[in-house]
Design a protein around this ligand. Structure first.
Ligand code: DI6
Ligand code: FE
Length: 422
């Protein structure tokens, strides 16, 4: 076992497991060069952690004296493994027919109010066995992994009863067992009002607060709590109750806020110390200011904006001016964002929302880690962080946003595989 000094450096005499050389790094570390770039760099890995990140010429010795395995990247670029920080990956059924209805003129809200939308997926998800949920979720997950995703957040929210919410969370955790990706699970019990609670939304919120949150925690299945604060979801007051229950159980919160209208969800999220507020097309300047003051991450979801053919964009310039960190994610779900390409979201964040490529890549690395409360361990290439890495066949980091539909991934390193093998 490798030992570290107080400075986080490997103790002399210990060989590193792997050393990458002839590699260009987009470390995504804040400040300094664009993309935190280091050309002709070296990356040392031991026990699944980064133990050296820097110019090759600053290595403390010859590569073969430092590490048991030396890897030549042949001038390729390495980034932190990508992080998809907002998905609804586990669900039953398929809603392609709703896409056709929307193309014929029906709105997302109309379909939802007519019993389609989220509730259609809820019915299919309640009926499905865990195996029936796992198989298609694995297909979607593998598409994301094929583009260098090494950490994914997966929400429940298509069960809306205790048993089905737990079933979704179990399947989500199972995905992290059958794949080397790191899975973070979020309880989204307050996603929509289930049919059996029509006219009694506060009773349903009681169920979320008194039963779902404690049971998910007790079962060890939940890392955070989310809610959908919207006219077709829950009010700010109901959302606040969910957040209070989460806080009482020491669980961090996130919020679907201001996707279709301004409910003041961003202010609520900020006031409650939420990790992130997500969507935000309709956020007010007061909402952005509150997020800036609280350090809440703005998670931008260009897939939902695109698929719903929305025209109102999140106020990127205001986020930028006030220093609100912007993450970018797929929102992978069967209704508003049937998307399994995070690189496409990077492209869309640039083209549709006006992010720079560096901002968009920061949105799927450093800021995505922050949106999950994982800044200490993920999101940048820095000594001490988890060795989740993506190696790309590209000439510059901008290629990751520029080439639509291309997948220049060459290789992924998963820290979890390294530690399992050693
Ligand atoms: N906002 C979304 O975009 C997804 N959930 C949410 O609260 C959509 C969920 C769906 O249409 O199934
Ligand atoms: Fe969502």
């Amino acid at each position: 076992m490798v030992r570290f000094s107080d400075q986080g450096e490997v103790m002399t005499g210990e060989m590193w497991d792997t050393l990458w050389v002839d590699v260009n790094l987009a470390t995504m570390v804040e400040g300094g060069a664009s993309y935190g770039a280091i050309r002709d760099a070296a990356v040392g890995i031991s026990a699944g952690r980064l133990i050296f990140v820097g110019p090759r010429k600053t290595l403390p010795g010859a590569p073969e004296d430092l590490a048991r395995t030396v890897r030549q990247a042949q001038g390729r670029w390495m980034t932190p493994g990508l992080i998809d920080c907002h998905t609804h990956l586990v669900y039953g059924g398929n809603r392609a027919h709703e896409f056709e209805k929307r193309l014929a003129g029906a709105s997302y809200e109309e379909i939802a109010r007519a019993g389609g939308g989220i509730l259609a997926t809820v019915a299919a998800t309640r009926e499905a066995t865990e195996a029936e949920l796992l198989t298609p979720a694995l297909v979607r997950l593998n598409r994301l992994l094929a583009e260098g995703v090494t950490t994914i957040e997966i929400k429940s929210g298509y069960g809306l009863d205790l048993a089905t919410e737990l079933k979704i969370l179990r399947v989500a955790r199972q995905l992290g067992k059958v794949c080397p990706v790191s899975v973070r699970t979020t309880l989204l019990g307050a996603h929509a009002l289930p049919p059996e609670f029509v006219g009694r939304p506060d009773d349903y919120i009681d169920l979320v607060c008194r039963e779902m949150i404690p049971a998910a925690l007790e079962a060890g299945l939940v890392d955070a709590v989310d809610a959908f604060c919207e006219t077709i979801g829950f009010t700010p007051e109901q959302t606040a109750r969910v957040f209070e229950a989460a806080a009482a159980h020491h669980l961090p919160v996130k919020l679907h806020a201001e996707q279709l209208s301004d409910q003041g969800g961003a202010q609520l999220a900020a006031r409650c110390g939420a990790l992130s507020a997500d969507h935000l097309e309709y956020v007010s300047s007061e909402g952005v200011e509150a997020m800036a003051g609280a350090g809440t991450v703005a998670v931008l979801l260009p897939g939902a904006f695109y698929v719903l053919n929305e025209t109102r964009k999140p106020p990127v310039e205001t986020f930028r001016r006030l220093g609100v960190p912007m993450a970018v994610s797929t929102d992978c779900n069967p209704g508003s964002s049937p998307v399994t390409s995070l690189l496409l979201m990077v492209n869309m964040a640039c083209v549709l929302f006006g992010l720079t490529v560096e901002e968009a890549l920061t949105g799927v690395t450093r800021h995505a880690a922050r949106a999950l409360g994982l800044s200490q361990s993920r999101g940048t290439l820095e000594v001490g962080k988890v060795a989740d890495l993506a190696v790309w066949d590209i000439e510059s980091p901008a290629d990751l946003a520029y080439a639509v539909g291309a997948n220049p991934l060459h290789e992924v390193v998963y820290a979890r595989k390294l530690t399992a093998d050693s």
